[in-house]
Design a protein around this ligand. Structure first.
Ligand code: AMP
Ligand code: FE
Ligand code: FE
Ligand code: ZN
Length: 283
């Protein structure tokens, strides 16, 4: 069994349609993937349908943008019921805030001599979740940068010349909402190092486990060093957290995140599905 519990589709900032994603997973010899689009469930129905057709296991997922004070936190929500009103309202709020900041982002780029219209950004995104990655795509199309990575490095990441703040839910509330929808909350890539943003520490993870009832942490992720993984593995074991792994595949949208390059152990998946079932979520 090869299990990749962190992937994205074109319904957020991946470049594969959900169908393409499932077919690619199958051709890579994966048995299970989780589709975790940013702040939307819109790709799940198509992924589930294709998975049934070809006999692959798809775990319904979500990657929710949250924050702890000024620290950006991504929560992976597995097995959430997609019709939970409170959760859906929160996701809509983040998506709206991500869209609403676009004019200001484009104005900043304009003042730096990079002309980009809202239409161009829209051309690079679907109806799901539109954000900075699609601005980056428009910048690439104009020849201002060579790829998304350069766009983020130079302009779009926190502290960058064209960075604009957006709303994100408090992480304790995010975990509560995932639980309320019957899902399991896993902290995504705890030790990712994004330019300009403050880091999550082991102490914060401990607080999230004890005070906020976090269920798991993503240990194996392309952004984690061997040392990070050892530390997270031991910390997770000590705190009783489910330890997962995933590629954070975005199709051609992110370098170094090949589908299936990081995996989750079968025992961890079994535990994840058991907890989802016990909460009445979607497995
Ligand atoms: P937003 O939700 O609009 O704030 O955009 C954040 C998203 O941009 C993240 O979820 C990442 O998937 C993506 N992202 C961040 N840094 C990079 C990068 N260097 N290259 C490609 N995508 C990135
Ligand atoms: Fe992304
Ligand atoms: Fe993330
Ligand atoms: Zn992700």
């Amino acid at each position: 069994m090869r299990i990749d519990l962190h992937t994205h589709s074109s319904l957020s900032d991946g470049t594969d349609s959900p169908t393409r994603l499932v077919l690619n997973a199958q051709s890579k010899g994966l048995s299970t993937i989780a589709l975790c689009d940013h702040d939307t469930f819109d790709g799940l129905a198509e992924a589930d349908e294709c998975a049934r057709r070809v006999g692959l296991q798809v775990v319904d997922g979500l990657e929710m943008s949250a924050r702890l004070f000024n620290i950006t936190v991504h929560l992976l929500g597995y097995g959430c019921k997609t019709n939970n009103e409170e959760l859906n309202m929160e996701l809509a709020k983040v998506r709206a805030s991500r869209r609403d900041r676009l004019p200001e982002t484009l104005a900043k780029l304009g003042s730096l001599g990079m002309e980009i219209t809202l239409e161009e950004v829209a051309n690079h995104s679907s109806t799901g979740s539109v954000g900075r990655p699609h601005v980056a795509d428009a910048m690439v199309a104009r020849g201002y940068v060579v790829n998304r990575d350069e766009a983020f490095q130079k302009y779009l990441s926190e502290g960058g010349l064209a960075y604009v703040e957006r709303y994100a839910v408090e992480v304790s509330r995010g975990i509560e909402l995932i639980h309320g929808a019957g899902g399991v909350a896993v902290l995504a890539h705890p030790f990712i190092r994004s330019r300009g943003s403050t880091q999550i520490t082991p102490e914060i993870i401990e607080e999230m486990a004890f005070d906020m009832h976090l269920d798991g942490i993503e240990v194996d992720h392309p952004s984690h060093s061997a040392h990070d993984r050892d530390l997270l593995h031991e910390l997770g074991a000590r705190l009783g957290l489910i330890r997962t792994g995933g590629s954070d595949y975005h199709g051609t949208g992110k370098i170094g995140h090949e589908l299936g390059c990081e995996t989750t152990r079968a025992t961890a998946l079994t535990e994840l599905l058991r907890v989802i079932a016990s909460r009445g979520g979607r497995a």
